[in-house]
Design a protein. Structure first.
Length: 189
């Protein structure tokens, strides 16, 4: 009897421990910036909603010294993808109503490009004008000054550009298709 009770208690404790481990996500993901944006945009001035639609916007990305050797041959590419941290975001929202959209209902966050995300990571395609001493001179900028840069990848049309009628139609509905300067700084607070 004692043996059966012990085994039963052991199994119950094992189940509780496993359930507790599943409830508590112990995975920690940590990134270090590889550089920083330098732009004329701040939360007070706002920034273009999609920089690629405003190719005349200029800025630089300062790559930190320990990562500069990774820039070798990046200047072979005219366009690059910059992954960055929305450092001004204070909270996330599960539903949003994108600015300039012609609809009256909210969309799930993951079907928009709102910066208010659980993991506030941004992605921009920018034109690489030139590189000098670890500084990338870029155009089509849509990031605030001092925004931390997490990664840079080359833009490859063969894999980064997918044609989809369905996506193009919903893009218009969501208001992502307009070319106006939209002050997205209101989304950060």
């Amino acid at each position: 009897m004692f043996k059966k009770t012990f085994v039963l208690i052991f199994l119950i404790n094992l189940i509780i421990i496993r359930m507790h481990a599943q409830e508590k996500n112990t995975t920690i993901i940590q990134y270090q910036p590889i550089g920083i944006f330098h732009t004329s945009y701040t939360p007070a001035t706002g920034a273009p909603r999609q920089g690629i639609l405003m190719p005349e916007t200029k800025g630089t990305i300062e790559i930190f010294p320990q990562y500069r050797s990774a820039l070798t041959t990046l200047d072979l590419f005219e366009y690059i993808i910059v992954v960055y941290h929305f450092s001004e975001v204070e909270r996330w929202e599960p539903t949003v109503n994108p600015p300039a959209a012609s609809h009256e209902h909210n969309f799930g966050l993951f079907s928009t490009r709102s910066p208010k995300r659980p993991n506030p990571i941004g992605l921009s395609i920018v034109k690489l004008e030139k590189m000098e001493n670890g500084i990338l001179f870029i155009s089509g900028v849509d990031a605030f000054d001092k925004t931390p840069v997490l990664d840079i990848k080359p833009y490859l049309p063969s894999v980064d550009c997918v044609q989809s009628i369905q996506n193009e139609l919903i893009e218009i509905e969501l208001g992502h298709h307009d070319e106006d300067f939209i002050d997205d700084s209101t989304f950060f607070k």
